[in-house]
Design a protein around this ligand. Structure first.
Ligand code: FO1
Length: 308
């Protein structure tokens, strides 16, 4: 039986997880999700990557926006704006209900992992969704506009500032969420989704016990490259790599995951410059359900080959 663990951020990662639960029994898939993007907004705890995953896996994701729910209404934002509230971060009316309930549960002392498990249940999701930690580990961007909280950089400033360094505040003291280390230990394959390695995967790897578990792993680790033809499918990956002084290449991606991965799944169009790990290629762009299932199957068979 395959027990697949996948480290994932938001949009790109959610597509791979969606593909995985099409090709594997959902209960054999565990997603360990980045929570470095989490932040408090209007007194609410927002967990963007967890919510993108929940909406994607339950078929409710807003495919145009890449976040939030489909068929959303915006009455809350309309009145918030009229009353002079901050409107740089859009909260749809349906999405708002999720943030209110999660914030209420956290205020009552429940953990993020317990609340996430409940929400996954309510959305009828069969795979396990684990936050990387129940502790708060906010991603902070050191930029040419100073120190920015992640969402201020990503949404308010639309990734325009030039990034000097990225910090994962509190990571060194943060414990993995319950079930994370067990899932990694029991996995017979570990996948790193095509999320932004620097903004969405690194926060997970910054949790010391998670990094250690991956170093001591028995199972093969396959990363799906977020680059296609030297460009990121979505988001600031290529711009960020250039700002960090890295060549925008699969070689840089493989080096970045130095020692933590056994294989890199790249796009067929990209040259196989030797990135120092085993390489497999397939069409990695995931536009629809079929694409997602294909990339998931390719990643699984690549990991299976590496396990032999
Ligand atoms: N991204 C935006 O670019 N603009 C928004 O107004 C916005 C609102 C939003 C609300 C809830 C949520 O879960 C995500 C939201 N996002 C928005 C996306 C979010 O910034 C990103 O999903 C991640 O943090 C990056 O992966």
């Amino acid at each position: 039986m395959t027990r697949a663990v996948v480290l994932t951020g938001g949009v790109g990662g959610a597509k791979l997880v969606h593909g995985l639960i099409d090709v594997l029994p959902a209960q054999d898939v565990t997603a360990i999700v980045n929570t470095g993007d989490d932040f408090r907004h209007l007194g609410l705890h927002v967990s963007p990557d967890i919510d993108t995953l929940i909406y994607t896996l339950s078929g409710k994701a807003n495919r145009t926006l890449g976040w939030g729910r489909e068929g959303e209404s915006w009455a809350f934002m309309q009145v918030l704006r009229e009353l002079g509230g901050p409107d740089w971060f859009q909260l749809g009316d349906g999405d708002l209900a999720l943030h209110v309930l999660r914030s209420l549960a956290l205020a009552e002392g429940r953990t993020l992992s317990a609340v996430t498990a409940d929400l996954a249940d309510r959305f009828g999701i069969g795979c396990t969704i684990l936050p990387m930690s129940d502790a708060s580990v906010p991603t902070i961007i050191d930029s040419d506009e100073g120190r920015l909280e992640f969402q201020r950089y990503f949404v308010e400033r639309q990734c325009r500032p030039s990034v000097r360094a990225i910090h994962f505040e509190g990571a060194v003291d943060a414990a993995p969420a319950p079930g994370v280390l067990e899932a990694i230990a029991e996995a017979n394959m570990i996948l790193i989704a095509p999320s932004n390695p620097f903004l969405s995967v690194d926060p997970i790897l910054a949790i010391p016990a998670i990094r250690k578990a991956l170093r001591e792993r028995r199972a093969p680790v396959v990363a799906v490259s977020p680059l296609i033809g030297g460009q990121a499918v979505k988001g600031p990956t290529a711009k960020l790599m250039a700002e960090l002084g890295l060549a925008v290449s699969n070689q840089s991606i493989a080096r970045h995951y130095d020692g933590l991965i056994d294989g890199l799944l790249i796009d067929t169009g990209d040259q196989r410059d030797d990135p120092g790990v085993a390489v497999s290629a397939c069409a990695t762009l995931m536009k629809d359900r079929e694409d997602k299932a294909r990339v998931a199957s390719q990643a699984i068979s690549f990991a299976t080959r590496l396990a032999q």
